[in-house]
Ligand binder design. Structure first.
Ligand SMILES: Nc1ncnc2c1ncn2[C@@H]1O[C@H](COP(=O)(O)OP(=O)(O)OP(=O)(O)O)[C@@H](O)[C@H]1O
Ligand SMILES: [Mg+2]
Length: 269
């Protein structure tokens, strides 16, 4: 493991390179609804953690807290040496280093694929246009979409749009990538392309926190699997243990539903 999570020479903010993530005692409520009830988990620098759990368990809320799209009421999140939850934290500076890929791609529909991948580089990182385009093209090439640089999102398949979303995030040189069910909205035949890019990223040492129902991916790629239910971490451990031999009844019941989706079962509650 590298020491990439410590401040790098020449890095103004200590977030260059793959960063670790540590979440401690995180609480988040919406009004009276307590969605996260004291979540603690960590992702080592260069590691992949897959987050699984039923609908409404707080997975998206947790990811959104990590890059402060949501503000937790209690608890601490650090990315590398950077305390995200410090009220004095420079949120924009932190967000520059965190790439997020959503279920619904969220590309800018009025911009070309290339422009989608350059706009934040120019606006946020202040790169000049030529440099931004060079980096964008390299990342489009990485996801196998160089030839679509001038297309618009509505001319692409869902899988291609998701690959653009990944290229866009990578163009910002993130220290951490957050994925929220990146393949759930895709046609089955395009899921594999997106997962294979994510496998490559993991192999290259990107720190990744991934919400997914792709158990085979989790089993192959994750250093750790975390099962959440009702706003708490119920079980976590190596993928082979949590997915292959879960200890907790709630994990067992969730997995049997996910792994046998066509089997008719009584609703959980
Ligand atoms: N902005 C919000 N305002 C109020 N309640 C919210 C808000 N966002 C999420 N919630 C509630 O928080 C709970 C957890 O939602 P969250 O989206 O984190 O779940 P999830 O685990 O990602 O579910 P899914 O698998 O369906 O995506 C849900 O009950 C949801 O209705
Ligand atoms: Mg969600």
């Amino acid at each position: 493991m590298s020491t990439a999570s410590s401040p790098q020479p020449g890095s103004a903010d200590g977030l260059a390179g793959a960063a670790s993530v540590v979440i401690e005692g995180l609480h988040k409520s919406y009004g009276p609804l307590e969605v996260l009830k004291g979540i603690s988990l960590s992702v080592g620098a260069g590691q992949v953690v897959c987050l699984i759990g039923p609908s409404g368990s707080g997975k998206s809320t947790l990811l959104r807290c990590v890059n402060l799209l949501e503000k937790p009421q209690q608890g601490r999140i650090t990315i590398g040496d950077f305390d995200v939850t410090d009220p004095e934290a420079d949120v924009d500076r932190m967000r520059r280093h965190v790439g997020m890929v959503f279920q619904q791609f969220n590309l800018f529909p009025h911009l070309s694929v290339l422009e989608n991948c350059t706009v934040a580089q120019v606006k946020v990182l202040k790169r000049d246009k030529a440099e931004a385009e060079r980096i964008a093209r390299a990342n489009l090439d990485r996801v196998g979409l160089s030839e679509k640089a001038d297309s618009h999102p509505d001319q692409l398949s869902g899988g291609q749009q998701q690959r653009v979303a990944i290229a866009r995030a990578l163009s910002m040189d993130p220290s951490l990538m957050l994925f929220d069910e990146p393949t759930s909205a895709l046609d089955p035949e395009t899921v594999g392309d997106v997962l294979s890019i994510m496998r490559d990223l993991a192999a290259e040492g990107m720190t990744m926190l991934v919400v997914t129902h792709e158990m085979e991916f989790a089993r192959d790629v994750a250093d750790k699997v975390v099962f959440m239910d009702g706003g708490v971490v119920v079980e976590e451990g190596p993928a082979a243990q949590v997915i292959g031999a879960p200890k907790e009844p709630r994990t067992q019941s969730f997995l049997s539903r996910v792994l046998n989706p066509t089997q008719v079962q009584a609703p959980e509650r």
